[in-house]
Write a protein that binds this ligand. Sequence first.
Ligand code: SF4
Length: 275
Amino acid sequence: MIRKNRNRGRYSFANINLLGKCNLDCFFCLGKDLEEEFLKYNSLDTPPSRLPNLAEFLALCKRQSVRNIYITGQNTDPLLYRHLDELIDYLQREGFMAGLRTNGLLAHRKIATINRCRKSVSYTMLTLNEETMQEITGVRKIPYFDYIFRNVTIPQRVATVVTTQNVDEILDLIMFVSQYPQIGYFQVRRISTDTREKEMMEHIEAFEKFYERVRKKFPQVDEFERSPILDIYGVKVSFWRTVETSVNSLNYFSNGVLSREYFIIEGYLKNKNAT
Ligand code: SF4
């Protein structure tokens, strides 16, 4: 049973959630919680100056003293956004530090874009095995992580999402990442959903069982926003149960919806209905 922690700290970051079609089809995608709604919008060709309410959102971020803004996708990948360089530059001219959250599939072709960011870039690494990749995302191709990690200059983070398909590979992923000292930390995420908890339960349980197993083997060295951090093969690995953490964020959706809620789907629905 997922319990949301509604006792949240001050806003420490903001997300720009782009809407459009993704180049992967992850079965756990949070965008699928509201699939039909999100698929009504496609902002991938819209320049920043024409994204509705973006200026208002940035003014809200300034009022809340939020400096870090992550460009991500609700049902797409930010590297598919045609005006990404322009958006990064615009945010940074406005005094923000821009970061990205990407599935990494296009990253080897977008190194220069990635290196424009002043904040960190997070790559989702689900597996290094093509069959597992196909099962989870519908696509066999594995991002060129080695090339990417050796060519980007800004701080990086790697995140994975535990599923029944990849749970036995997670320690190997951490071992792979341990070769790259420029990767600050590795985040092991539990699937997050607002509307499909029952459907996702076996994967949620796989996360919890995996955590129980590794916490007996590897030392806990820290905690961040209620998320335990273990040292595994010399890598700081956080176990992230999204809705149970205490971190807080502002959210912008590229169809113009603004949300002061950390919970993505709940905040979207509340604010969409209010507009
Ligand atoms: S990469 Fe992200 S946005 Fe794309 S399908 Fe997977 S979870 Fe959804």
